[in-house]
Design a protein around this ligand. Sequence first.
Ligand SMILES: [Zn+2]
Ligand SMILES: [Zn+2]
Length: 174
Amino acid sequence: MTQEYIDGLLALAIAQARAVKIPVSREIDPHVCLNRRARTRFGCCIRRAGRYTIELSAKLAEQGSEDAVLQVLAHEVLHTCYGCSNHGARWKGYARRMNDAYGCHIRRTDNYSGLGLEDDRPVRYYVVCERCGRRIPRMKRSALVDHPERYRCACGGALRVEEAGNGQEKTGKI
Ligand SMILES: [Zn+2]
Ligand SMILES: [Zn+2]
């Protein structure tokens, strides 16, 4: 998607919100800022001196569908409303109004699969089943990665954790 196309989707998100009487700010930069660093965040609404800039993940701009991009932009546009810097009751009410009016799915949090993207963050651990050999890739630490002995594979087998890359078993805490 080109910058011009994405800016057009931002204008559409703003127009849709205003059409259902959602008081989005009049001070939104018409150019979406593409963010090439963030891997886990799809969009962001930045406020500087009373003006708002909407950031979008470059990955989503490159690989996401038009619906996914529009949904993330609309999510951020709602943050420009009075009292909507968080995902409180006011923000949620506007999100529901948009979803009901346009059949979109603005949510508090989005994830890769919900936006139709492949998760290509680097795999840091594999949880491996001792019985069936299934290997579950994990991008970050979690209770499962720290304490595989507390869990079982779907087949009932015991689990252990390998660090990705060197194939070595993780010993103790990092
Ligand atoms: Zn948000
Ligand atoms: Zn198994």
